[in-house]
Design a protein around this ligand. Structure first.
Ligand code: UT7
Length: 325
């Protein structure tokens, strides 16, 4: 029976690499500290003139081509981002224009690093209800535009990139289940303090660096392990599966120690976890989007596999989807 599934995938990474050695010249850190504490070796940096929409357009074009569709075939564009080109209009509208998806409605969602998982979940509802046929879901982030390059506790973690998928009715690669959740009591743990209606931009907010992201790393770490394992477990159970039935877990690439702890909680061996954090760091909503496209391209997913995408992020948001490939 046909139901919502993945019709096409694509991802885009800016070519400029920033290594841990490069960061050693900016802040008091070391390649050894970053590698052992996070698993990150390098990250990509988008050009100064590029915004999230420019990154998203590249991934979107590849996903549309992969699905053998034309931009006019897209009915809806959902962009997950916390680094949109501007507060409004939505980045999805800018992408709609740039790719010529003239028949598509478009909106952004902000579920931070969980955004791509939330986006797939939303797309499934529209497809299964019959309202839309082809939905373009994009995770696009220029995280380096929010990074304080003098704060060693955060600047080593993030990178830029984008990934996209087309969700439509399909006989394979079906979205078997989903679970999304939130714990708003953790909303202070990872945030961009100024520039919104609470603290609009002033000379003081700029001087006090309130337009850069702030994070309580230790607190986020502890919660991340718990909520990612819980979300994955819930989605896997909803799909009528056991953790041992999962062939590949594709987690949000936040910190290798978090990911290995999640795998351990789920009883999954390391070889069943897809990791690309070493190359790209944390790209927020783009992390799971890029990882899914890369895992497929690298032949890590075979027909019949059960794939679980799981993420957590600022909010705190969390979620997982199970895809039967
Ligand atoms: O998708 C968004 C979600 N965010 C995350 O997933 C982040 C979750 N948290 C983490 O990944 C980790 O907490 C961090 C990587 C951010 C930090 O690792 P940690 O093992 O929790 O280190 P820590 O914050 O406890 O700091 C240990 C020490 C401190 O020094 P003292 O106080 O022990 O002297 C820090 O000042 O490491 C120091 N430190 C650094 N040293 C070298 C912090 N950042 C750095 C650095 N280089 N870049």
């Amino acid at each position: 029976m046909e139901q919502a599934g993945i019709l096409g995938l694509g991802c885009y990474l800016p070519s400029r690499k920033m290594t841990n050695k490069d960061l050693e010249k900016l802040v008091d850190t070391s390649d050894e500290w970053i590698m052992t504490r996070t698993g990150i070796k390098e990250r990509r940096i988008a050009p100064k003139e590029s915004a999230a929409s420019d990154l998203g357009v590249e991934a979107a074009k590849l996903a549309i081509k992969d699905a053998r569709l034309k931009p006019e075939d897209i009915d809806l564009i959902i962009v997950a981002t916390v680094t949109g080109d501007m507060a409004f209009p939505s980045t999805s509208c800018i992408i709609q224009d740039k790719i010529g998806a003239i028949n598509a409605a478009a909106f952004d969602i902000n579920a931070a690093c969980s955004g791509f998982v939330f986006g797939i979940t939303i797309a499934k509802q529209f497809v299964d209800s019959g309202l839309y046929k082809n939905i373009l879901v994009i995770g696009a982030e220029k995280m380096t535009s929010l990074v304080d390059w003098t704060d060693r506790s955060t600047c080593v973690l993030f990178g830029d990139g984008s990934g996209a998928c087309i969700v439509g009715k399909s006989k394979d690669r079906q979205i078997a289940s989903y679970f999304i959740g939130c714990d708003g009591s953790g909303s202070n743990l990872l945030r961009l303090p100024a520039g919104g209606s609470r603290i609009p931009a002033t000379e003081d907010t700029v001087k006090n660096k309130l337009h850069f992201l702030k994070m309580e790393g230790n607190e986020v770490f502890k919660l991340a392990v718990k909520v990612m394992a819980d979300a994955a477990n819930k989605a896997i159970t909803k799909a009528g599966l056991l953790c041992s039935d999962i062939n590949l877990l594709i987690p949000h690439q936040a910190n290798i120690r978090i990911l290995l702890a999640v795998a351990k909680k789920l009883g999954l061996p390391e070889e069943k976890i897809f990791l690309n954090i070493e190359k790209y760091g944390n790209m927020s909503s783009a992390s799971t989007a890029v990882a899914l496209a890369e895992a497929n391209k690298d032949g890590r997913i075979k027909k019949g596999d059960n794939v679980c995408l799981v993420a957590f992020g600022s909010g705190l948001t969390y979620g997982a989807v199970v895809i039967k490939w």
